[in-house]
Design a protein around this ligand. Structure first.
Ligand SMILES: Nc1ncnc2c1ncn2[C@@H]1O[C@H](COP(=O)(O)OP(=O)(O)O)[C@@H](O)[C@H]1O
Ligand SMILES: [Mg+2]
Length: 342
């Protein structure tokens, strides 16, 4: 890890436009509302938040699959956002992706050899024999072997397919791999194996990860930093251990409390509380203050009218919450509640 910023996302906005029946531009949907994130070379940033918060929109924008509506994505010395999804090959090679669903992301008619060597065939002048030798090396990196080269994706388990997808992502020795919920479709023990594999490869090869997950507990030990998203906004960011052990934003605390409760009565009370405070309509949020205000136990009047800026948090990072505005005594009690969690 050399501390250089590799990827710097500044005030990124991603807006989807609905279409009317006649094909005119319809109403805008703001999926990402001004996100700021930095990943240093060789570092892992965990991006967590519930479904629909805008995580994949950020991932797809970095990958050039979806255009940025505003803001910048500095990668080395280029601005990816300004390229409007048309990345030159030299840039595209350096950013690889692994997606959630290992059943649909691998072409079923291709052999493992074809899948793993495809990036080499497209982007390098390697001969077939050279590519095959490299494929064997890559399979070893993900604990598969030469005997798997001739098989097809359907002959593998979900975890093995994710290993194949990771091998393919490693082929061009990228600087950054964007992993969008890479283990969400796998069972718990396989999830841990894949996370451990990613961890080992990252340290051996010096690759940076943007690692998206909805489970903070699962990614916290592999992540150097964690960013938490809610309804299109980054609400908290900081060193992984600080965010996990002493979450500052009320939403991050709720996310860490979201593990299933064994007591059915407690479970019922939680469900009733959530029903009583439905999530805000994402579209009203930007104009009207904190996106989390109607679920927040610490809500105050200004939360409805002002968007909280990023306040520094003891132990590192920031939280976009007025509890941490200088001089708010409640920050202390909120922090104590957070610190009490195991
Ligand atoms: N292509 C699209 N067109 C319109 N709305 C979209 C599109 N992709 C995502 N959205 C909406 O944007 C929001 C964020 O989605 P997404 O980035 O996939 O979130 P996440 O990955 O956190 O689940 C969701 O409300 C989703 O329905
Ligand atoms: Mg997603």
């Amino acid at each position: 890890m050399n501390g250089q910023p590799l990827l710097e996302i500044a005030d990124l906005r991603v807006t989807y436009w609905g279409r009317s029946l006649l094909g005119f531009k319809g109403r805008p949907f703001h999926a990402v509302n001004g996100a700021n994130l930095t990943i240093r070379a060789g570092e892992t940033l965990g991006l967590v938040g519930e479904s629909g918060s805008g995580k994949s929109s950020i991932a797809n924008t970095v990958l050039g699959l979806v255009p940025a509506s505003a803001g910048s994505i500095r990668f080395g010395d280029v601005d990816l956002a300004a390229m409007n999804t048309r990345y030159p090959p030299a840039v595209r090679n350096q950013i690889q992706a692994v997606f959630q669903d290992p059943y649909s992301s691998l072409n079923p008619s291709m052999t493992v050899e074809d899948i793993v060597t495809e990036p080499l065939r497209v982007h390098t002048g390697m001969s077939r024999a050279e590519r095959r030798a490299r494929a064997v090396e890559l399979l070893k990196l993900v604990s598969l072997s030469e005997e798997h080269l001739g098989r097809h994706p359907h002959q593998f388990s979900g975890g093995q397919r994710q290993r194949i997808a990771i091998a393919s992502a490693l082929a061009l020795q990228p600087k950054l791999i964007v992993l969008d919920e890479p283990v969400s479709a796998l069972d718990v023990s396989t999830q841990n194996q894949i996370i451990n594999l990613l961890y080992e490869r990252r340290d051996a090869l010096g690759i940076a990860y943007l690692l998206i997950a909805h489970d903070l507990a699962l990614v916290h030990h592999i992540s150097d930093r964690i960013a938490v998203m809610y309804l299109g906004h980054i609400v908290e960011e900081g060193p992984s251990d600080r965010v996990y052990h002493a979450p500052a934003h009320p939403y991050t605390k709720a996310l860490l409390d979201a593990v299933p409760l064994l007591d059915p009565e407690a479970q019922r009370r939680r469900r009733a509380a959530r029903k009583a405070a439905p999530a805000l309509d994402a579209q009203r949020v930007a104009a009207e203050g904190c996106p989390y205000r109607n679920r927040c136990p610490y809500v105050m009047p200004r939360c409805a009218t002002e968007m909280p800026p990023a306040y520094p948090i003891a132990g590192g990072g920031t939280a976009n919450c007025f509890l941490y505005a200088e001089g708010d005594a409640r920050a202390e009690s909120a922090a104590t509640v957070a610190g009490a969690a195991p």
